[in-house]
Design a protein around this ligand. Structure first.
Ligand code: ZN
Length: 479
């Protein structure tokens, strides 16, 4: 969770017909190249603001150098190409029109060599050169669905608005199967031109296909499988092109060690700078607080808010920072915000939560996607910020849940400097496999922060295989 304001942007589009630079085919385009670039620029600012770039200049430089090499070998070398690692734990990569390519921090440990990394970057580059990104964007912004998906967020007016819609949804529209196959083909072409083994494309598809849909998934940024369907079917389709591209080539490289060096030490999972989930607790070291959600609930941390959900029921708790609070004193601010969100107060009083000034109320209102809800909400003042902690459910099931929600609210408490400093991220480390090791034993040695199957997939292996003695592999070490 970080303080975020969404920026509204409007893209002007005109209609035209142009030759697709990557495919050579005439194509109906709603965007000129200049428009494509300016749309990309604007959305790039939004991506950086909401996801943030991963703070590791060497890694950024490494990714950028590989990406730019591919771009120079593409059909559109003169676009203002940018390749960046966003500070997101989800496993994904995406492209904006105009040559803005992003790869998540979360996908990097799963790419086992430089050829696979080039495969992902080449694939995304292909979406831009073939103008898929521009077309998707045009479709989204040109249609009413896209405007809703953009979710122009007016701070204060829609305090819970992001529950149902993600503001960045427009970036993650699914490409069609044809577009995916074409991006795979173009990616393999650029990878081979850059002297990497084009088998990096099917290899990365195999690895990402092995990843469980749920793993690496975080609210806000979907995972690769949601935005790039059918990876395993695509492995077969790309094989003939890979064989053709590598025929007679003896200069193709994989660069396994370079990739290991690049990811050694990077953060795996939550970054404490954005708050971390540990068991049933959410801890935010920079903002200096922690809160315990009810046991067994699923907790999702995103830039705007933290959402906890009871399993199998439409019962939620949410935590967010109140943006631009209006009024004087916590009671007025609380009442104004809730009223503004269309909520009616049933009861409420000033209170103290672990020594912090607060206003705790019971409200009635409705939320997109849920309908009528009753909400137990606390507005808590801490370090000059006001936090909203709220539990809600349909009125007919709410009452028995109220005490658990109140208990969560009452667990909100400040962190000391020492407590904040003690929260460390999990990181990738390199390990040499010894006699008698199994994926299971290595995962256990890592303190259980990663499942044996995920560890195997991360190292390009089948979950039920044995790690090769003497090989250098990636492991995750607990913070
Ligand atoms: Zn794709």
């Amino acid at each position: 969770m970080v303080r975020v304001l969404f920026v509204a942007f409007v893209a002007l589009v005109t209609v035209g017909c142009a030759t697709n630079p990557a495919t050579g085919k005439r194509q109906f385009n709603l965007m000129s190249e200049a428009q494509e670039i300016s749309a990309g620029q604007e959305a790039d600012a939004q991506v950086k603001k909401e996801m943030g770039l991963y703070n590791d200049p060497n890694l950024q430089e490494y990714i950028s150098s590989i990406g730019l090499k591919l771009a120079q070998l593409s059909e559109r070398p003169n676009l203002p190409w940018h390749y960046s690692v966003v500070d997101v734990p989800a496993v994904n990569a995406f492209a904006l029109p105009g040559g803005y390519i992003y790869i998540t921090r979360g996908i990097l440990p799963f790419l086992n060599d430089e050829a696979q990394l080039a495969g992902v970057l080449g694939h995304e580059t292909g979406h831009v050169t073939a103008r898929h990104a521009a077309q998707q964007y045009t479709r989204a912004v040109g249609g009413t669905v896209g405007l809703v998906a953009l979710g122009i967020f007016v701070p204060g007016a829609r305090p819970f608005g992001q529950l149902a819609e993600q503001g960045l949804g427009v970036l993650f529209l699914k490409y069609g199967r044809g577009d995916e196959l074409q991006a795979d083909q173009l990616g393999a072409r650029y990878v081979a031109r850059g002297n990497w083994d084009p088998a990096g494309v099917p290899d990365m598809l195999t690895t990402l296909g092995r990843l469980d849909e749920a793993s690496g998934q975080r609210r806000g940024v979907p995972n690769w499988l949601e935005t790039h369907p059918e990876p395993l079917a695509r492995v077969k389709e790309i094989q003939p092109a890979v064989q053709q591209l590598s025929a007679g080539r003896t200069d193709l490289v994989r660069n396994h060690d370079a990739m290991l060096r690049a990811v050694d030490g990077i953060i795996y999972g939550d970054n404490p700078d954005q708050g971390v989930v540990r068991g049933a607790s959410f801890i935010h070291p920079p903002l200096r607080f922690r809160i315990d959600f009810p046991n067994g609930w699923d907790i999702q941390n995103s830039p705007e808010q933290v959402i906890a959900k009871a399993s199998g029921a439409d019962v939620y708790m949410l935590l967010e920072q109140v943006q631009m609070p209006r009024g004087n004193g916590v009671e007025n601010i609380a009442r104004a915000q809730m009223e503004n969100a269309g909520f009616r107060i049933l009861s409420g009083s000033r209170d103290r939560v672990n020594g912090l000034d607060a206003y705790v109320g019971l409200y009635q209102g409705s939320l997109e996607g849920l309908g009528n809800v009753r909400m137990r909400a606390a507005h808590i003042v801490h370090n000059g910020n006001i936090y909203l902690v709220a539990g809600f459910a349909a009125p007919n099931i709410f009452d028995p849940l109220d005490s658990a929600m109140l208990m969560s609210i009452r667990s909100f408490k400040p962190l000391t400097a020492d407590e904040a400093a003690a929260v460390r991220p999990n990181r990738i480390d390199i390990y040499v496999v010894r006699e008698g090791d199994s994926w299971q034993s290595i995962a256990e040695r890592s303190g259980g922060v990663i499942k044996p199957a995920t560890l195997a997939v991360m190292n390009g292996a089948e979950p039920n295989s044995q790690p090769m003695v003497g090989s250098r592999i990636k492991i995750v070490v607990g913070g």
